[in-house]
Design a protein around this ligand. Sequence first.
Ligand code: NAD
Length: 469
Amino acid sequence: MDNPSTGEVIAQVPLSTEAETSRAIEAAQAAFPAWSQTPVARRVLYLYELLHILRGKEEEISRTLVEEIGKSLPDARAEMKRVFENVEVACGMPVLQQGDKLIGSSFDIDGEVLRLPLGVFGMIAPFNFPAMVPFWFIPYAIATGNTYVMKASKQVPGTMQMITKYIDQVGLPAGVFNLVNGDKTVANALMDSPLVKGISFVGSTPVARQVAEKCARTNKRFQAMGGAKNHLVVMPDARIEDTIRNMISSCYGCAGQRCMAASAIVCVGDDTYETICREFIKASREVIVANPLDPKVAREQMVMGPVISDKARQFILEMIEAGINEGAALSLDGRGFVVKGCEKGHFVGPTVFIDVKPGMKVHTTEIFGPVVVILKAGSLDEAISIINNHQYANGASTYTQNGYYARKFKVEAEVGMVGVNIGIPAPVAYLPFGGMKASQFADIKAQGKAVINFFTEDKIITERYWKEP
Ligand code: NAD
């Protein structure tokens, strides 16, 4: 794997073969009977220990994140906070996994719901949150009594490799947690195995769709979170200075490679459009583009690093070209951006298109880079319909001080996660995370209480005992 800021090879990780993946699945299967019978209060003790170790390693893991993906240190630390939060929530499993009992569901008959673990679960991870996304699932799967095989992204295997070393230190029974590396061969081995009861996939929509179809065919449980194009709707009464600052970090944080990054701004009214175009472009020019580990910028909050690979950069450049060809106005051009001393890095500068119409390729496509399109709408209804006509439906936010507009937006915008004056409405781990439409192919969302339904089978008991004569 290489450092996307410098192009230097930073580590080498062996790719797992199909046979090694099968061995990991078999190890998880072998560990399941004893692990599922281990009292839940004992199971979470391992998680408390893991939390303690990971907290002590926050800085080390954060630096690895920055090195292998190129996000800023504050972003990497924020990612680690979500990792901790998810472990904390899963530590509550002795309460969360409780079932239900109905005394007297009929005459002398009681009903009961048991929430039981199922067996081996698998995970296929994207590159952009190498620590947080796996932790939307791992702690919950393990705490509920399942065993796990996780496939890290081939582009960023280092972080999970390091975290797995710390998971090993807590002394989980062998086979409870397993890490494999590789690409679709390994992913397919996980999906094709009859021993695997369910798959959590997070990545792009075309692959999410394939995963959903494949798992549905074999009656495997699945969660398949896909891509996004998140909109920010600015109302005429928005507080401009706060709004601009907030939008800049939403659009350019992690170089636009967050599934909750905003990449389309919709301004309601001519005046709002003119003000936002002017101020957003001005603020975009001030974003510091650099190697996030450069000591000169390490303390800055808004540093934008490179995109993940040259392939990703080439795709972004193609999309900018497409925007120009379809008549959008390129007001800020991030092509040809070179960071001194990092000439081999995959940098793209902040890029802004104005005069964008719904349906243009730059509006319909997930570009997954620092490219922002600005559109105009005549009313809040029109802005909401732009969102609702889009195939992606992960998140959307509105900027307003008006409760009526905010409430209407919350109720009518067809997306999974809504923000009001929040550019990245990514929920904390105490709440579910997930999108709608082409952004999510399954009904159970990630993290929090919601995901416990994915990792448990409800078994419903109806029982009666006859009175002794
Ligand atoms: P990707 O779809 O290219 O890869 C994701 C994972 O799938 C990787 O582990 C990869 O090895 C594997 N994979 C690739 N092709 C496969 C195939 N044909 N069959 C089986 N497995 C395959 O995604 P990426 O580029 O790593 O991540 C970025 C994407 O993830 C973006 O679209 C982003 O929006 C999305 N994402 C979504 C969420 C969400 O919550 N909705 C969160 C994070 C990232």
